[in-house]
Design a protein around this ligand. Sequence first.
Ligand SMILES: [Zn+2]
Length: 529
Amino acid sequence: MRACLAVWIVGCGLFLAGPAVAQEAAALAGLKQQAIQEIDKRQTFTQQMVDQIFSYSELGFQEVETSRYVTGILEKNGFTVERGIAGIPTAWVASYGSGKPVIAFVTDIDCIPRASQKPGVAYHSPIIEGAPGHGEGHNAGMAVQVTAAIVLKKLMQEHHITGSLRIFPGVAEELLGTKAFLVRAGYFKDVDTVLGAHVESEFSTAYSTGNGEWSGLVSVQYFFHGRAAHSAGAPWSGRSALDAVELMDVGWNFRREHLRLQQRSHYVIMNGGDQPNVVPSEASVWYYFRELDYPHIKELYDLGNTMATAATMMTSTTADHRLVGSAWPPFFNKVIAETQQKNIEAVGMPMWSEADQQLAKALQKEIGEKVDGLKLNVEPLKEPVKQPKGGGSDDVGDISWNVPMTYLMYPANIPHLPGHSWANGVAMATPIAHKGSTAGAKVQAMTALDFLLQPALVEAAWDYFHKVQTKDVHYESFLGPDDKPATETNREKMERFVPELQKFYYDPTRYKTYLEQLGITYPTVKARP
Ligand SMILES: [Zn+2]
């Protein structure tokens, strides 16, 4: 294999005879085979990454240990790392290679508040009560992407393959907090193909709006300012910021009935005052406004601002707000998805053991869901649904509207879990996550090889991007020029838990697996009565 291969397929392919094309296809197939073997050789490396990041359990914007660990591995393996990009201390980009195509790998690294959970245990059993935990499974993503990237680098060197690799973390994805900023800072300007990866219980990819269960959103914090007074001695002198928060919430909840069915909105009160005998001079509430497209999200955002202003008028308070997160609804590329699907089918589902299935079924029973264990077959590539109904959000959406992208769902978790919960952490440092991540890494590496070696595919993906995806819809960021990433978020929460979490950081020099370090029998399930 030589550097001219890529040029050859596009530049000369039309003029050369069939046997030569077959020969090059065989070369690509051979490279994929080699990638699979190299990834299999690194199963321990992948497992250690999964377990290590699981043990760090860091909330959005505070992924300090995780970022230090992953960038350290990438540097040791010959990638160049730029840290603190786009004004986000825990964000970075790792690069290898030169020239086109530029293939980027993106995956999230943050975890969920209060989701601490012992892996391999099929009922709620936190490692540390109340602590954050990987109750979304973001701990496995970097193991998938980094394993694939290291193997790709080795193959690119050995076979003189031209092209560039980039790896980005999804910092504070749970807050939809950073990817729009990475896009705004221009980090995807020269990228040709983005291969995202997200944990799932199935092995699948999708294009266009996929299953229709994605929404876009803005995440907005409203800060109300009143006047303090003795709540009993001189309440008439006070103006309650908490009253304003409550009236905004009441207003929103009445209005909710008259919004499109596609909207989803929710809030938490961040600050409800200090103590009852002081009229709260400061109070704040945090909203997620979700809808299916930019104009409708913008409408909800404007309505939220109106509600906040109305609440200040009712209470003689003032308010300001801050956009702390945003996400376009993701839209994925058909050409990449079709290519990726063939690789998913070639790799197939991991071989689950009896113990894996036992854990899965026991957890499904524990949470009252259908007890059918782990999936045995990969998903077919489905037609996108005609009428998306919306659901969760992911700030990869902003990337997907700037560069052809797909999102590989790799099978590293148990079906029918509630999401954002301790239950979603149960499998995430067990053989289920380890095997699923190895399978995911294979598909990422194989798909990257498809695009590195066939420039015509890169072109076709861009064609779909320009002629179908962005024919009538043009990306416009929700970010204003003054909006900044909310990098202070979760700092205090994390500071409280880090001393406790440190006692449980995984030490691969002493223990083969995190399960072994924690002394957990795999699987641990409730005894049958
Ligand atoms: Zn996620």
